[in-house]
Write a protein that binds this ligand. Structure first.
Ligand SMILES: Cc1cc2nc3c(=O)[nH]c(=O)nc-3n(C[C@H](O)[C@H](O)[C@H](O)COP(=O)(O)OP(=O)(O)OC[C@H]3O[C@@H](n4cnc5c(N)ncnc54)[C@H](O)[C@@H]3O)c2cc1C
Ligand SMILES: *[C@@H]1O[C@H](CO)[C@@H](O)[C@H](O)[C@H]1NC(C)=O
Ligand SMILES: *[C@@H]1O[C@H](CO)[C@@H](O)[C@H](O)[C@H]1NC(C)=O
Ligand SMILES: *[C@@H]1O[C@H](CO)[C@@H](O)[C@H](O)[C@H]1NC(C)=O
Ligand SMILES: *[C@@H]1O[C@H](CO)[C@@H](O)[C@H](O)[C@H]1NC(C)=O
Ligand SMILES: *[C@@H]1O[C@H](CO)[C@@H](O)[C@H](O)[C@H]1NC(C)=O
Ligand SMILES: *[C@@H]1O[C@H](CO)[C@@H](O)[C@H](O)[C@H]1NC(C)=O
Length: 618
């Protein structure tokens, strides 16, 4: 992960518009100006709140059915509002929007600028938690890793909501419908020691491109040489490169991951894929730079949304349904502001109660990660980007052949259940909590990353991270006033459950074992950089983790899907909010629990599935 220090400072220099992608976007939007209505009361069949990852899938599919649809999005077009930091894959990890620190560079053009509550389990730190405020939402600022969860994860989901339509077999059509895969470009990758095999049958194979989903999924057109050494290191501890990849319902071993990147090496977001197609082919109306402040009800029937563009406040009425897709923090915020949530919270802020739903904003699950670093003599994505002598060459490579470091967002990852020796140190309570997870659900993810080197033969600071995938800690989202002007109050609950600390400690030791691989001595330089040899005891390692762990931006489950409101669920298996009518929530907030690994593939598929549900119910 290249997210701190000098990288952020350097990013300040990248301000002007330079990539041809801007020309593309202005073509896309000016040719369809009727898609952007003027502010003022209007009625639609469906009003979608939030033009992010899930929201644009829903809006595009409903509009394609011939229904009248509008989508309300607080942000604009990231390609024109921000810099090529959002569009060029090589910048994905150096975008200053990621900064997970209390004092972060404000980036109002694409970010909500949320600052968390102090985390007692993490030395009382408050962190900036990036969340996309732009068309595309977090798919426009994420780090582009695309993969699916395991077969048993989806079965567990089906069991949790009491409906078989969440099984792997039932969801697979929606994974296919949302995406299209471009096979690896081996000549551009040009790295014989980094070949792999994968399973093409779990992607859309229709010869007609229009039949496949619009989201572009591909493998980077460049292999980071340092990642080939992380492949060796992980294999040495048993996390061996697999032959199938991470899209077939299995998460075990290591692999070069698929990424949401177009074949010509530009970020593929829900905006550049789904929205671009909908603007060209449907009558979808987009209210950009427009913030929803409240869902309006007649009794318990949702009738529309109160929105504000500039200084104008007006109502978008929904003849059929309102679909809330404002994301894991803002969907619970909007429900609460609209009178749906724990009665005590609503009463304390004098918000009239529409539905007393105790689960709104509860149950937040946020995986954390941390790393061990060593000096390496190998070049890497970070060292290439930081080397002035390489700039002209790598820019030329990107512009003329869409390859080289700028075309890559990293992408070597691995998954495992902790092996027996590591499990032996777990307390009985932690062992029994982990035993509640299905056999194919990994407990830890490993991520290969890098920072630029420090000279003296150190070309790269290799950064091997571990993610605690299934947090038992719980956080929450709530509100501090009855006004949309106040940001949601976000508490991730990091390391509040001791089981997470035990898994983190075990995972940290696995990182050191991987770094200790004999083969790595060929490229390692000097003693361990971080945390350094002085950190040895369990207590010292845990202090390091509490002081340094950060989010991987995969928070979920703040409006969990489930069987009943009494059990803490907020929506049913059709994503309908309990206790009211004509209102659904579709985004990361309705995941019933944290997906193992990176969630975006699942969120795209979920949105496709619920779009089908909505049309079937219409
Ligand atoms: C920095 C970062 C890196 C990540 N890396 C990865 C990765 O590599 N792989 C992966 O799988 N996942 C990754 N994720 C997670 C993944 O991107 C998110 O889980 C997913 O995009 C969330 O989708 P969503 O639809 O729930 O919300 P979002 O995509 O965030 O959409 C919510 C939308 O609602 C809008 N909105 C909110 N409130 C209002 C309002 N009141 N009025 C109008 N509009 C509003 C927002 O502006 C936004 O556009 C990352 C996330 C982040 C932030
Ligand atoms: C991104 O934009 C900056 C500023 O205009 C420019 O210097 C840089 O070359 C661009 N990067 C790429 C990969 O196009
Ligand atoms: C929305 O985007 C369109 C296309 O870029 C632009 O013309 C319009 O001014 C934007 N609306 C607002 C309120 O900024
Ligand atoms: C817009 O709708 C709201 C609520 O339905 C109504 O109070 C208001 O008068 C309408 N505004 C105009 C300009 O029609
Ligand atoms: C793999 O090949 C690349 C490019 O030839 C080289 O830089 C790297 O060191 C090799 N990695 C290993 C583990 O041998
Ligand atoms: C609201 O729901 C909670 C939990 O279901 C319940 O304990 C509480 O009594 C309810 N409040 C009212 C006023 O009904
Ligand atoms: C590293 O390897 C050496 C030699 O095999 C071994 O003695 C040592 O315990 C290992 N250290 C770790 C942290 O795995």
């Amino acid at each position: 992960m290249v997210i701190l220090g000098g990288v952020i400072a350097r990013a300040g220099a990248l301000l002007a518009l330079a990539h041809p992608v801007w020309a593309l976007v202005s073509q896309r939007t000016t040719s369809v100006s009727s898609s952007f209505p003027a502010a003022g009361n209007a009625s639609y069949d469906y009003v979608v709140v939030g033009g992010g990852t899930a929201g644009l899938v829903i809006a595009a599919r409903l509009a394609a059915s011939g229904a009248s649809v509008s989508v309300v999005e607080a942000g604009g077009f990231y390609e024109t509002d921000f810099t090529n930091l959002t569009t060029v894959p090589g910048y994905a990890f150096s975008d200053p929007v990621l900064a997970p620190v209390e004092f972060f560079p404000p980036i109002p053009a694409v970010d909500w600028e949320l600052l968390s509550e102090a985390q007692p389990g993490a030395n009382g730190r408050k962190v900036h938690y990036a969340a996309g405020k732009t068309l595309g939402g977090s798919s426009a600022i994420n780090t582009m890793c695309y993969h699916r969860a395991t077969k048993s994860t989806y079965q567990r989901w089906a069991d949790a909501v009491g409906n078989p339509s969440y099984s792997w077999n039932a969801l697979l059509p929606y994974f296919l419908k949302s995406s299209r895969l471009t096979p690896p470009n081996w000549p551009k990758r040009n790295t014989p020691n980094a070949t792999f095999s994968y399973d093409p049958t779990v992607f859309c194979s229709s010869p007609s491109a229009a039949a496949c989903g619009p989201l572009q999924v591909s493998y980077a057109n460049w292999v980071d040489p340092t990642n080939t050494w992380f492949s060796v290191a992980l294999a040495a501890i048993g996390v061996v490169k697999n032959t199938i990849g991470f899209n077939s319902g299995f998460l075990s071993g290591a692999a070069y991951t698929t990424e949401t990147i177009t074949p010509d090496a530009i970020r593929s977001s829900s905006e550049s894929s789904y929205l671009a197609r909908a603007l060209a082919q449907t009558t979808l109306k987009v209210y950009n730079r427009t913030q929803a402040s409240k869902i309006l009800f007649s009794g318990t029937k949702a009738t529309g949304v109160s929105v504000t563009t500039g200084s104008l406040t007006y109502v978008l009425s929904a003849r059929k349904e309102v679909i809330l897709s404002a994301g894991v923090f803002h969907s619970p915020q909007l429900l609460l502001l609209s009178g749906i949530g724990p009665q005590a919270t609503l009463d304390s802020l004098s918000i009239p109660v529409v539905a007393n739903l105790s689960g709104v904003g509860q149950n937040l699950q946020d995986p954390i990660f941390f790393s061990v670093q060593n000096g390496l003599q190998t070049p890497s994505l970070a060292s290439e980007l930081a080397d002035p002598a390489r700039q002209a060459t790598i820019l030329q490579q990107y512009v003329s052949t869409q390859s080289g470091p700028f075309s890559s967002a990293g992408g070597y990852i691995g998954f495992e259940k902790l092996p027996p020796a590591a499990r032996a140190a777990l307390s009985p309570r932690t062992a029994s909590l982990l035993a509640t997870l299905p056999a194919d659900v990994p407990e830890v993810e490993y991520l290969a990353g890098s920072f630029a080197g420090t000279g003296g033969g150190v070309t790269t600071i290799g950064d091997l991270s571990a993610v605690v995938l299934n947090p038992f800690s719980r956080g929450s989202v709530t509100i501090s006033s009855a006004s949309i002007a106040d940001k949601p109050v976000v508490d991730m609950g990091w390391l509040s459950d001791p089981a997470d600390a035990e898994v983190a400690l075990a995972a940290f030791k696995r990182l050191r074992q991987a770094w200790n691989a004999t083969a790595l001595s060929a490229v390692k330089v000097g003693p361990e950089v971080r945390p350094g040899a002085a950190v040895q005891s369990d207590a010292d390692i845990l202090s390091f983790i509490r002081a340094n762990a950060i989010q991987i931006w995969h928070a979920s489950a703040t409006n969990a899907m489930g069987k009943s409101a009494a059990a803490g669920a907020v929506v049913d298996w059709r994503a309908k909010v309990f206790g009211v009518n004509r209102l659904r929530v579709v985004d990361a907030s309705v995941l019933p629990f944290a997906m193992p690994g990176h969630p975006q593939a699942t969120i795209y598929a979920l949105a496709e599935k619920i779009a089908d549900c909505i049309l079937a119910d219409a």
